[in-house]
Design a binder for this molecule. Structure first.
Ligand code: CP
Ligand code: NVA
Length: 306
């Protein structure tokens, strides 16, 4: 049976640590000029229904970098767009590929594909989760801070797919998390309740961004309107304004605090140019780490080594 990567709550603490530790090793090795052919002769299919720069290219680069091949498909150009069922698509793609990496809207799409696929299905972003991104982000925190223990990790802004996956990461990996979201834009309530029930450290939902950021070691921000919410962009500007990460808000955090943004960023909305380009921002390390993490994910899932 294949292991699918659909949401972080499906994994144990040890398994998530394995992804992170392997990605850190692969990064170190690449910097010393050590390359692996661990996926030689293997092929992945990328099936994307939303735009992507980082996730697409980092998965492609990861696969090629390990000796494998990639087939990229925009979902619109497949028979899915003409109504072919997901269960047929999954069974067909699984005959050609060693893993299927999917970016789509509903979580039920990746759930359904995984039900019918004999090869791993990897969630490369849905409206509900962005699990591979959060694995890279946690890796970036560990790389910068050496540990997750005792850190004040903060999520600021929309309770979106990124926030949901951070909540699950906190629950499974066992670190505390503070979120500050405007009213009506909280993370998925059922997901938050389920994660909090099994979490060993508090997952705290606040309203006030200043209270959240005070004493923070790690601050995460993301766009105020995610893909598919473009028609709400204008209305969200004023609602989210107090949550903008600018230098005045950042100054309330610990001096050594790092700033994460999964990118793409909307400068002068959720983050100012000054903060994004400032010394505390690790956004571009975070972007790089996606490639190392995707190598680890593909290697561990395709070779069934988790
Ligand atoms: N962070 C991220 O997922 O970026 P892309 O949308 O460019 O893939
Ligand atoms: N929350 C954002 C993340 C983009 C990588 C979105 O879903 O558009």
């Amino acid at each position: 049976m294949s292991t699918h990567l659909l949401a972080l709550q499906d994994f144990t603490q040890a398994q998530l640590q394995t992804f992170i530790e392997r990605a850190l090793v692969l990064k170190k090795e690449r910097k010393s000029g050590i390359y692996h052919n661990h996926l030689a002769g293997r092929t992945i299919c990328l099936l994307f229904e939303k735009p992507s720069t980082r996730t697409r290219v980092s998965f492609e680069s990861a696969m090629y970098g390990m000796g494998g091949q990639v087939i990229f498909m925009s979902a619109k150009e497949t028979q899915l767009d003409r109504g072919e069922p997901l269960k047929d698509t999954a069974r067909v793609l699984a005959r050609y590929a060693d893993a299927i990496v999917v970016r789509t809207f509903g979580q039920e799409v990746v759930d359904e594909l995984s039900k019918y696929s004999d090869v791993p299905v990897v969630n490369a972003l849905t409206d509900l989760h962005h699990p591979c991104q959060i694995l890279s982000d946690v890796m970036t925190v560990i790389e910068s801070k050496g540990t997750l223990d005792g850190l004040k990790i903060v999520w600021l802004g929309d309770g979106n797919n990124m926030a949901n996956s951070w909540i699950q990461a906190a629950s499974v990996l066992g670190f505390s998390l503070t979120l500050a979201c405007p009213e009506g834009y909280e993370p998925d309530p059922a997901l938050l309740e389920a994660a909090s029930k099994v979490a060993k450290h508090p997952i705290t939902l606040l309203r006030d961004p200043v209270e959240a950021v005070r004493g923070a070691d790690v601050i995460n921000v993301d766009v105020w309107a995610s893909m598919g919410q473009e028609d709400e962009s204008e209305a969200r500007l004023s609602i989210f304004q107090p949550y903008q990460l600018n230098s005045s808000l950042l100054n309330k955090a610990n001096k050594e605090a790092i700033v994460l943004h999964c990118l793409p960023a909307h400068r002068e909305e959720e983050i100012t140019e000054e903060v994004l380009e400032g010394a505390q921002s690790v956004a571009f390390d975070q972007a790089e780490n996606k490639m190392h993490m995707h190598k680890a994910i593909l290697e561990l899932l395709i070779n069934d080594e988790l």
